[in-house]
Design a protein. Structure first.
Length: 497
C-alpha cells in the first residue's frame, strides 16, 4: 500500500517552509524551505515593511517540489493540506483575485496612529470589552491607512485577507478566513460573536470586505484544477486547517487547554497561554486572540506575550562580552560556577525596541550591580540569561492576573531553551514544569490538516507521536534563591518605569 501524507506550509516573512507528514507513523517524511537566505522585506520608508504575496506562492511551490522529490511522493498521496502563516498582515485583492498592492506585513508600524485614533474615539471599555485589545497596529488599522492614503486602490478592493488566506486562495480559488484570523486582525467581536461592526463603522469599511468564515478545523476549500496542474497535487485535495504562526506553534506543541503554555525564545521571545474564559489586560501589555480551538460555543483564547529582547541579548553578550570565538555551549559552561542571581548583577534586557509588556516604552538594556572587584564576564553572561527569564516571568504575572494558572510550559528544544541555566531559572521562578519537544510549525500545520479532515479523531491522536525530549521540574530546594533574584531584578526594572 502506498504511503499517505499530510502537507503543511508555514508562510513566514523570512521563508516558506513545507513538510510532508506520514499519516501512519506521524513522523515527518521530508521538509524544506525557500529561499535559503532570508527573504527580502521592502521598506520604502522608515517603519514600513512590505512583501509581494507572489513571492510567498513561488517559495511555497519550490519548497513543495523539493519535499515531494525527497519523499518520492506523488500528488495523489497527499490527503490534506494545512497552512500556518505570519500574523497581522494585510493582503488586498480585486474581484479577479488579483493582488492590488504588496502586503503590509506584521512588522510594519505605519498604522499605529490609525489604531490609536480608533481606540480614543471608541473608548477603552468598548475596544477592550469587545476586541480584547486596542486596534493598535493590527490588520484593520493597516487597512485604514490604505483607505486614507491610497483611496483609488481602496475602491478596487473586493476582499481583504491575511497571508494564510491568500495561500489558501491560490490553492483553491476560494476566498475565506477563520474566526482566529479575524481576531488577530481586530475584526472579531468576542462579545457579540460576529465580525466587529462597530470597528468597521469607525473606519468606514464595508462588511463586504470581510471574507466568508470557515471553521479552523474543517474542509475549508479544495485544490483547484489550475493549482493541481501548477503544483503537481491532486484536484480536490482538502485544505482543512489554517492558523497564525503563534497559535499554530501552540498547536504544534499540543497546547489546547486552559493553563497550558507554549513558549519560544529566539531573537525575540513569546509566551503563549490558553485561557478558558474571555478576559483581557486593561493596559494591553499582552494580546488576546481566538485560539485554534475557539468557537462561538467554546471560549479558548490565546494570550500572547512578546519580549523583543531575548536571544538577541544573548547574541550581543557572545559578540561583545564573551571570549572571542566562544560557542553558546561554552558560554553556558562558563556560567555554571556563577551562583543563582549572578551575585547581585542584574540585566534589564529591553534593548531591542519598544516593549508592549512595558506599555510600549523603550527603556533600553541596562546592567546593574557590577562590583569591579568581584564580577567578571561569566557574571554578565548569566545575568543576561536570568534577565531574559525574569522578563518572561514579569509578563506571565500579567497572564496570571487574567486568570491563567501556569503549571506547564511546552517548548521546542531550540535557541535559548538549549541552555540548562535558562531552563532551570524559568522553572525555578515560575514554579512550572518545562517540557521540551521536537516540533516544527509546518509539521504542526500538516497535523492540523489531519484533524480538520477527520483523519485524526482529536489533538491527542494527532500529536500522539510528538517526541518529548526532556522534562525540567522546578528545584524546590533552590526556589527561594530564584525568587529572591527575580525580586531584585523587578525592583531595578520598576525603578525605571
Amino acid at each position: 500500500m502506498e504511503k499517505q501524507y499530510l502537507l503543511g506550509f508555514d508562510v513566514g516573512s523570512s521563508s516558506v517552509k513545507a513538510s510532508l507528514v506520514d499519516i501512519e507513523s506521524g513522523q515527518c517524511a521530508a521538509t524544506a524551505f525557500y529561499p535559503e537566505h532570508e527573504a527580502p522585506i521592502k521598506a520604502v520608508k522608515a517603519g514600513w515593511a512590505e512583501q509581494d504575496p507572489q513571492m510567498w506562492w513561488d517559495n511555497a511551490k519550490l519548497s513543495l517540489k523539493k519535499i515531494m522529490a525527497e519523499a518520492g511522493a506523488k500528488g495523489e498521496q497527499v490527503k490534506a493540506i494545512g497552512i500556518s502563516y505570519q500574523m497581522h498582515g494585510l493582503v488586498c485583492v480585486d474581484k479577479n483575485q488579483e493582488v492590488l498592492r504588496d502586503a503590509i506585513i506584521w512588522c510594519d508600524s505605519r498604522a499605529v496612529p490609525y489604531g490609536e485614533r480608533a481606540f480614543n474615539n471608541l473608548g477603552a471599555d468598548k475596544c477592550l470589552g469587545h476586541l480584547l485589545n486596542s486596534p493598535g497596529n493590527f490588520t484593520a488599522a493597516k487597512l485604514a491607512w490604505v483607505k486614507e492614503n491610497e483611496p483609488a486602490l481602496y475602491e478596487k478592493i473586493y476582499k481583504v485577507m491575511l497571508p494564510g488566506d491568500y495561500i489558501a486562495m491560490r490553492l483553491s480559488g476560494d476566498i475565506n478566513t477563520t474566526i482566529s484570523g479575524l481576531s488577530e486582525g481586530m475584526f472579531w467581536d468576542f462579545k457579540d460573536k460576529e465580525p466587529a461592526k462597530f470597528l468597521l463603522n469607525e473606519f468606514g469599511f464595508s462588511k463586504e470586505l470581510i471574507a466568508d468564515i470557515v471553521p479552523t478545523f474543517s474542509v475549508q476549500a479544495t485544490v483547484s484544477k489550475a493549482a493541481a496542474e501548477e503544483l503537481g497535487l491532486k484536484e480536490g485535495t482538502p485544505i482543512s486547517y489554517r492558523a497564525g504562526d503563534q497559535p499554530n506553534n501552540a498547536l504544534s506543541l499540543n497546547v489546547f487547554n486552559p493553563g497550558e503554555i507554549a513558549s519560544t525564545a529566539g531573537t525575540s521571545g513569546v509566551v503563549y497561554g490558553v485561557l478558558g474564559e474571555v478576559n483581557y489586560d486593561k493596559k494591553s501589555r499582552v494580546n488576546t486572540f481566538a485560539h485554534v480551538n475557539y468557537t462561538k460555543d467554546l471560549d479558548r483564547l490565546g494570550v500572547l506575550l512578546c519580549i523583543n529582547g531575548t536571544g538577541i541579548l544573548n547574541a550581543w553578550v557572545r559578540r561583545n562580552v564573551a571570549p572571542e570565538g566562544i560557542s553558546y555551549a561554552d558560554m553556558n559552561v562558563m556560567m555554571e560556577n556563577v551562583p543563582i542571581g549572578s551575585e547581585g548583577v542584574a540585566i534589564i534586557p529591553f534593548g531591542n525596541g519598544a516593549e508592549r509588556v512595558l506599555e510600549n516604552r523603550e527603556i533600553g538594556c541596562s546592567i546593574h550591580g557590577i562590583n569591579f572587584n568581584k564580577h567578571g564576564k561569566a557574571h554578565i553572561m548569566r545575568a543576561a540569561q536570568e534577565g531574559i527569564v525574569f522578563s518572561f516571568c514579569y509578563g506571565m504575572e500579567i497572564m496570571q492576573q487574567m486568570g491563567m494558572d501556569i503549571r506547564k510550559i511546552h517548548a521546542g528544544r531550540a535557541n535559548m531553551f538549549l541552555s540548562e541555566i535558562f531552563r532551570n531559572t524559568l522553572a525555578g521562578v515560575s514554579g512550572a514544569t518545562i517540557e521540551l519537544y521536537e516540533t516544527d510549525g509546518s509539521v504542526g500545520a500538516a497535523k492540523g490538516a489531519g484533524m480538520g479532515c477527520g483523519l485524526y479523531r482529536d489533538h491527542d491522536e494527532a500529536f500522539a507521536t510528538l517526541k518529548k525530549l526532556a522534562v525540567i521540574e522546578p528545584d524546590e530546594s533552590k526556589r527561594n534563591e530564584y525568587l529572591s533574584a527575580y525580586a531584585r531584578w523587578k525592583e531595578q526594572l520598576e525603578a525605571y518605569i
